[in-house]
Design a protein around this ligand. Structure first.
Ligand code: HT7
Ligand code: ZN
Length: 866
């Protein structure tokens, strides 16, 4: 497979003004007519090279005249037509087989309905086209299908007309007046239920809102509808963005490669991130639904109205839209808790990526398969870059910059450079060095050393940044890093930060700009030796390395006014305690004691307290180890849980009893926080593997009135040997046997069990009637959850590697995008001991050797092995 490079970008040789699509739907053989009104914009002798994949070409006509076979050429990926006039109309007819489309890219069927997924390069699996994001056209779509089987016929834009046809068939015509790239095209046809609502925009226009789901699931779409209306309002207030069509539709589908897709006016969602009811969805599910509904809606401006010039600019729309959805969710819930969740996810997925063989910059320079670049770096690190820009220019200028971006680039396919320039113009600042964040891969380490001079009351802070080489980038330059910080006195009070040369007392928090490899900052009038609170709010996607003493950490845990750093201090202390335990030390009594005040104050902010009480995950601990020892990590973590549980048992029991569910279920943040805190207590109260713990967990499960609590009870049981475990899992299975999304949770919990028989159980579950390798949700729920189970995936006998390797190899011929994603489980392999590395290498080599390997999997495997 060939790599594609950013440096080779050329504007297209042809323009498409309009495209009229005509679908005659049939699962086995759908006929697609495409009429393209086009013009040449490149050299006179440039042939028109259209992309196409898995298509049967029926005919091509130029300006109404059928072309003979020698007037064009077709290969597996292109239709090439030479000698074209300056302006012309092409009519192309193709035939496709949606029911055979297991890749779920292009037009496919899912549970008897038709749906599309065109990002990144799926449109070429529908018809021959210039399948690149910088070709923007106006779409008219006619859909014809059996009326009984497919009563709902949808596409982008506004409905123009619909009607009946002979033979029990019917049709609908949709027109989207906004020029768009083909990756935003969508079509849905099926027998679907719906809920409807409306939204009045800030200029007083009424927008019809419709969500389509499988019949019977209508009530499970109500929360998504509510989230949508809140997102529409928020985008008007926070960014001045008003919706532009008369109708906004969402459709839920069961088989989907990703979370959701922002097709203009017709978002398509994986049902996992749309459907919710108290009995079937956890609080995390509710939060995710709210966030993803907002994310896709926000794309209407950051992605659809302004799209990307090429796929190297992917973070332009994704990083920005993630940043927008994070802002929305923080406003809807808790800023402190949201930030903790974001950083946790970033470190788990993006720092891991940046430290491994698949590291790439937020703006990559090359790729083999663009599907492999929908990564945590493009999305979450991309969002962090925008957060840093906001920190550097301030809130008001940030809004000026985004207003300028939306006004200047509306209707265009833009670049990251266009974006940064808007910030430069709005702020008057030179952001040349900041651009390195887009160009350099890797996570910088910001080291800090403080020197306090009691006699002069000065504190000299030395900051130094280092960035390790990443694949293809041996040399790195210093970056522009905003470092938010504060000083805390021994009593826990905040101290002012006055820089040398300033004549007024400084504020209690400020942002330093680190631009050199190392820099000194001298603070004056510092009355006592301060404890440094560095990287507040996680002000940059970096590792902030400060050598705090255990006592300093507990002071920060209790007194840092920055809630993120209070949590951070607790996590660092817990990690240090577990690292020491792996060297034979007993659990750090200072850390264990520091959780006392956390418990005492827990009722003040329950969601935050739950986060303070949760120890770093095993994979988070692994990131701090030069050679990962999964068994030692597991033992240390279990040991610390048991010690904390024993030290604070009475308080955990008291809180647990006080926090029982009362009143009707609410998915809102306060009620969710209460459940989170109660379930954190349950975790400690069930620390031992004995009948008392099993009885409590079982009772918790049985008495639960919502899915969050049920899962908490089951999760506790997965660690236990008691017969109550199987009893509860069987009960849960039978209760939810008809609900695929809930059975996914049932499978995932079992795949995440630390018990030694987990591999065997997962293999058995792959034979369960509910498991379907063709449905990505099922694969992710079982195999994805298993590969995230560090202890069992990395079992020393290699049985976990073999399981995932077998699935990846089988899946590649079915759905290469998902296979490549699953294969990402091996990306950390060089961080394990030589014996495990040898086992993984064997899996990687076996996988690379499969005949007909997809370019998706080839890219991930070959880069992982390199
Ligand atoms: N922009 C969407 C990306 C997406 C996607 C990418 C590759 C393969 C399948 C896909 N489905 C959706 C989702 C988003 O970021 O909003
Ligand atoms: Zn997105």
């Amino acid at each position: 497979p060939q790599a594609i490079h950013l440096k080779d970008y050329h504007a297209p040789d042809y323009k498409v003004f309009e495209i009229a699509l005509d679908f005659v739907l049939d699962p086995a053989a759908t006929r697609v007519g495409a009429r393209l009104r086009m013009a040449r914009t490149g050299a006179e002798d440039a042939p028109l090279v259209l992309n196409g994949e898995a298509l049967k070409l029926v005919s091509v006509a130029l300006d109404g005249k059928l072309l003979a076979k020698d007037e064009y050429s077709v290969d597996a990926e292109h239709l090439t037509i030479p000698n074209l006039p300056e302006k012309f109309v092409l009519d192309i007819v193709t035939e496709i087989a949606p029911e055979q489309n297991t890749l779920l890219s292009g037009l496919y069927t899912s549970k008897g309905m038709f749906c599309t997924q065109c990002e990144a390069e799926g449109f070429r699996r529908i018809t021959y086209f210039l399948d690149r994001p910088d070709v923007l056209a106006v779409y008219t779509t006619r859909i014809e299908a059996d009326r009984k089987l497919y009563p709902v016929l949808l596409s982008n834009g506004n409905l123009i007309t619909k009607g009946d046809l002979p033979g029990g068939r019917h049709f609908a015509v949709w027109r989207d007046p906004f020029p768009k790239p083909c990756y935003l095209f969508a079509l849905v046809a099926g027998d679907l239920g719906r809920i409807e609502d409306e939204f009045v925009t800030m200029s007083g226009r009424k927008v019809d809102l419709k969500i389509f789901v499988e019949h019977g699931n209508e009530n499970k779409a109500l929360y998504a509808m509510d989230s949508l209306k809140r997102a529409m309002k928020w985008d008007e207030e926070a960014y001045g963005r008003e919706y532009d069509l008369d109708i906004f539709m969402i459709v839920a589908v069961s088989a989907f490669n990703f979370g959701a897709m922002e097709n203009k006016g017709l978002n398509i969602f994986n049902d996992k991130v749309l459907l919710a009811s108290p009995e079937t969805a956890t609080d995390d599910d509710y939060g995710r639904i709210e966030g993803v509904v907002a994310h896709e809606y926000f794309h209407n401006w950051s992605g659809d109205r302004i799209t990307c010039r090429d796929w190297f600019q992917l973070s332009l729309k994704e990083g920005f839209t993630v940043f927008r959805d994070q802002g929305f969710s923080a406003d809807m819930r808790s800023h402190a808790v949201k930030r903790i969740e974001e950083v946790r996810a970033l470190r788990l997925r993006q720092f891991q990526e940046d430290a491994g063989p698949l590291a790439h910059p937020v703006q990559p320079q090359s790729y083999i398969s663009i599907d492999n670049f929908y990564t945590a770096t493009i999305y979450e690190k991309g969002a962090e870059l925008i957060g840093m820009l906001k920190t550097l220019v301030g809130d008001e200028t940030y809004r000026k910059a985004t207003d300028l971006y939306f006004a200047r680039h509306d209707g265009q396919a833009a670049t990251v450079e266009d974006w940064v320039r808007c910030f430069e113009e709005a702020s008057g600042r030179d952001l040349s060095q900041f651009r390195l964040w887009y160009a350099q891969a890797g996570t910088p380490v910001v080291g800090a050393k403080g020197l306090y001079d009691k006699s002069t009351k000065t504190y000299t802070l030395s900051l130094a940044q280092t960035l390790r080489p990443t694949p293809g980038q041996p040399e790195k330059k210093p970056m522009h890093i905003p470092v938010r910080l504060g000083f805390i006195g021994k009593s826990g009070a905040s101290l002012p930060l006055t820089l040398e040369g300033e004549n007024a007392t400084g504020p209690e928090e400020r942002v330093l700009e680190l631009t050199e490899a190392s820099q000194n900052f001298v603070f004056v009038g510092v009355e006592e030796e301060p404890i440094l609170s560095l990287g507040r709010g996680f002000s940059a996607p970096a590792v902030f390395a400060v050598d705090h003493s255990p006592a300093d950490r507990t002071t920060l845990m209790a007194h840092d006014p920055d809630s993120f750093n209070r949590w951070e201090a607790g996590q660092t202390a817990a990690r240090a305690a577990m690292m020491a335990m792996m060297q034979g030390a007993s659990p750090d009594p200072l850390y264990v004691a520091a959780l006392g005040p956390v418990l005492d104050k827990a009722m003040e902010d329950m969601a935050f307290a739950a986060n303070m009480l949760s120890l770093p995950l095993e994979s988070e601990i692994a990131m701090a180890m030069p050679v990962v020892d999964p068994d030692a990590i597991h033992a240390a973590r279990m040991g610390l849980v048991k010690t904390v549980a024993a030290a604070h048992r009475a308080k955990f029991a008291e809180l647990y009893a006080a926090l029982g569910e009362d009143g009707p279920f609410s998915p809102e943040a306060k009620a969710a926080g209460k459940r989170a805190l109660r379930n954190a207590c349950l975790r400690y109260l069930t620390a031992e593997d004995d009948e008392a713990a099993a009885t409590l967990a079982h009772r918790h499960y049985l008495s639960a009135t919502n899915m969050t609590d049920m899962i908490a009870g089951l999760a506790a049981l997965t660690r236990m040997s008691s017969a109550k475990k199987d009893e509860a899992f069987t009960h849960f299975h039978d209760r939810f046997a008809k609900d695929a999304l809930v059975l996914d949770k049932w499978m995932g919990l079992q795949a995440g069990s630390p018990r030694a028989d987990t591999v065997v159980r997962v293999r058995a579950l792959m034979e369960h009637a509910a498991f379907d390798i063709k449905n990505p949700n099922r694969v992710r729920a079982l195999v994805g959850a298993f590969s995230a189970n560090q202890l069992r995936f990395h079992a020393a006998d290699g049985s976990g590697y073999a399981l995932v390797g077998d699935v990846v190899r089988k899946l590649d011929g079915i759905n290469a995008q998902v296979a490549a994603r699953m294969a990402g489980a091996f990306e950390t392999w060089r961080r394990f001991d030589p014996a495990r590395q040898a086992l993984i290498r064997a899996e990687l080599e076996k996988t690379l050797a499969i005949s007909g390997i997809s370019s998706n999997l080839f890219e991930v495997m070959s880069k992982t092995l390199a």
